[in-house]
Design a protein around this ligand. Structure first.
Ligand code: ZN
Ligand code: ZN
Ligand code: FE
Length: 713
């Protein structure tokens, strides 16, 4: 609320300037003007925040250090020379230091540091860049960094950072406290160091993110389009996936892409300034699937076996926030993980309803709170199977409700329909006004519609992913819907059902999925398996399928990708979700597009039939066709089959927008092929813009389906 007094033209100028020329990080959603009584005030003053019923203020997000602060930090005469906690109103921590709203220093983790007179002066001076910068600090009054290693500790910030850079250069592994948690860092160009990190972290294959010194180093490591550079430099400084120019051994095995980010805290810049290697592995300190470690004692204890030294900042972190991840695609930028610098900004405007709290799914969990017509989505919380992730999930639910002053008793809670999900069970225990469940794949499609605020648009919605609990209890994942948010979504087609020996556990073993997709021609499956030298596990799975033991029906597209990966030689168990499909994409990316296979759409049964597809691939492999060529052709055939289905349904239903959602659509080759083929079809394709296409976007879709149909529910 701004109270201005003066002559009319001056006030008009002020309003104009506010709208046209706001401070760099301000985002003006709307301006409402009203007349009020004249008090005869002559000074500029920021009054204490008033406690409102429901804070209309958004929780601000963490921002990368700004150019002005960077320059000050590297100026020897500046009083913040080499100070790792430099910040101003245009940059620095927000969500990761805020304990309560409104956002005032006393309600942040900076509370325990009292500003010195020089900092006070800036804080109270309307003409200063640090006017009301809540985390304002300097080397005299603020927190510092300390290094702990085998020879004790280094208490001086600058000396600590210098030694840290030195240790990194020598190939050591460091735990480094950042904005939303700890990273494990080492020299990405030192194979021994990276290998050691993999062994100690017990993470054999999942790609590590890297941080590069500057844009120049980024360009040397990955191929960057203009769009990718824009993503890299946005204020949230996310990890951007881009094609690797060189292989960095052990950083991203069997993967043609690297996840790259630029330095975003003053500390990162300082590390490079004092000589840290230009390309660093910067991976969240956690065990796979867990959220990032953020408390100091936790880091000291749990990383003992992993790192050689700790670079610990004294400013506490209020909550864990992982790095965000995105990538450019032929359909525009795609968010893969929405977290630091993005969450918890609102993602969409919603129609009026009581507060809604949606709990997402158990993998890549996020939660969404709808309050005062806005959908606020949490940061990425991880896989709820893990205790730490579940703890973060509970804390975030508490946080969001407290910050927006919403009572548990007034909310409509929404969970996935899967009875075994931790998120579902958690929701069932809460004293909420009402609990609703939404089918997984409907929520996927709805998330894209909500992201676009398309409340009435009728669409064809494709939800292709690994697994989700179907309305008939089967494992769904290759689903096609028609409908809108307002009228609801109707499942009208799907992948031809296969069986999954071992049920959802088979998601870890691609050869098991392969056996299940050949259930209707088991004799042939046995024969060709021998000719292709498939491993033992495949044949035991065939036996299960034959005897119909522990087999469950599935329409999962993700499992079809797994089956194809197995056919082409991916025999191991996977060590992270999506690994086999990523491997398959990598194999395909290195071969030319030479042929295509049949992936027929049956418009009477409303099924996409993978049978002829697998048959043709096997035939080719037996003829000795190169695996890359087969993998490449598989992707093309996928795209053709999908678009044939979409085209047919589009004519039948007179709908021309196709919504894509689910983890399968993170596949770049598939997206590129679809884009190319689309030109002949006259279909409009929608992917989400602000939320992840994977399960990270589900909570928004859940909330939207409930909000759209809310009428005194
Ligand atoms: Zn700044
Ligand atoms: Zn100070
Ligand atoms: Fe899903």
């Amino acid at each position: 609320m701004i109270h201005v007094e003066g002559e009319s033209p001056a006030i008009q100028n002020f309003v104009h300037a506010l709208k046209e020329n706001p401070p760099p990080m301000a985002r003006i959603n709307s301006v409402q003007e009203m007349e009020t009584k004249v008090n005869g005030w002559t000074d500029f003053l920021i009054a204490e925040s008033e406690e409102a019923d429901q804070p209309s203020v958004e929780i601000p997000v963490d921002l990368a250090v700004c150019p002005e602060c960077l320059q000050e930090m590297l100026t020897p005469t500046d009083r913040r020379f080499l100070y790792p906690y430099i910040n101003c109103t245009n940059c620095g921590p927000r969500y990761t230091v805020i304990k309560k709203l409104p956002y005032d220093r006393a309600q942040t983790t900076m509370k325990e540091w009292t500003m010195c007179p020089a900092c006070q002066e800036e804080y109270h001076n309307p003409f200063d860049r640090r006017f009301h910068a809540q985390p304002n600090a300097c080397p005299v009054c603020g927190p510092h960094y300390v290094l702990y290693w085998k020879e004790g500790s280094v208490q001086d910030s600058v000396e600590a950072i210098k030694l840290a850079a030195q240790l990194l250069k020598q190939g050591e592994i460091l735990a480094i406290k950042g904005l939303g948690g700890y990273h494990l860092a080492c020299d990405a160009q030192n194979v021994q160091a990276v290998t050691r990190l993999r062994e100690r972290k017990r993470r054999p294959a999942k790609p590590f993110a890297i941080m590069v010194k500057d844009m120049e180093s980024a360009r040397a490591i990955v191929d960057l389009t203009e769009e990718a550079e824009e993503l890299l430099t946005q204020p949230s400084r996310p990890i951007v996936l881009a094609p690797a120019r060189h292989t960095l051994l052990e950083v991203a095995p069997d993967n043609g892409h690297l996840g790259v980010m630029l330095p975003y805290t003053p500390l990162h810049h300082l590390l490079y300034h004092v000589g840290a290697p230009p390309v660093l592995v910067m991976t969240s300190a956690n065990r796979s699937g867990e959220p990032i470690v953020y408390r100091d004692e936790e880091a000291r204890l749990r990383l003992k076996e992993v790192c050689d030294a700790w670079l610990v900042g004294q400013r506490p972190i209020a909550r864990r926030v992982d790095d965000s991840v995105c990538r450019p695609t032929v359909f525009g930028p795609m968010v893969i993980r929405r977290s630091r610098g993005m969450a918890p900004l609102p993602v969409a405007n919603f129609p009026p309803s009581p507060p809604i709290l949606a709990f997402g799914a158990d993998l890549k969990n996020t939660v969404t709170l709808v309050v005062s017509g806005k959908a606020v989505m949490s940061q990425h919380l991880g896989d709820l199977e893990q205790y730490e992730a579940f703890e973060a999930f509970e804390q975030t639910v508490r946080d969001l409700l407290a910050m927006y002053r919403v009572e548990m008793g007034e909310i409509i809670a929404v969970s996935d329909r899967h009875p075994g999900y931790h998120s579902t069970q958690f929701a069932q225990e809460l004293p909420v006004q009402k609990l609703v469940t939404v089918q997984h794949h409907k929520a996927h499609v709805a998330s894209v519609l909500a992201d676009r605020e398309a409340w009435d648009r009728r669409v064809i919605g494709l939800a292709f992913d690994g697994t989700g609990y179907g309305d008939d209890g089967a494992i769904w994942g290759g689903e096609c819907f028609v409908g809108s948010l307002r009228e609801g979504l109707m499942r009208i087609a799907h992948l031809r059902p296969a069986v999954l020996p071992g049920g959802e556990a088979a998601a870890k073993v691609p050869v098991q999925a392969l056996a299940g997709f050949l259930a209707d021609r088991i004799h042939w499956a046995q024969e060709m398996g021998e000719k292709l030298h498939l491993p033992k596990r495949y044949f035991s799975a065939i036996k299960l399928v034959e005897k119909e033991l522990h087999t469950y029906p599935t329409t999962s597209m993700g499992r079809l990708f797994d089956a194809v990966a197995a056919l082409l030689g991916f025999f191991d168990e996977i060590s992270f979700e999506g690994q086999a499909a990523m491997w398959l994409e990598y194999v395909a990316s290195r071969a030319p597009l030479k042929k295509r296979y049949p992936f027929p759409w049956d418009g009477r049964k409303n099924e996409l039939d993978y049978g002829p597809l697998l048959e043709a691939m096997v035939e080719d492999l037996l003829k000795g066709e190169e695996k890359g060529v087969v993998a490449r052709a598989f992707h093309r055939s996928m795209a053709e089959g999908i678009l044939e289905m979409a085209g047919d349904i589009s004519e039948r239903e007179e709908v021309d927008t196709v919504v894509l959602s689910g983890g399968v659509f993170q596949n770049n080759i598939l997206l590129e092929d679809m884009k190319e083929l689309l030109q002949e079809k006259g279909l409009d394709v929608w992917l989400p813009k602000r939320v992840p296409v994977n399960d990270g976007g589900l909570s928004l879709g859940q909330a939207a389906l409930v909000a759209a149909r809310y009428q005194g529910m």
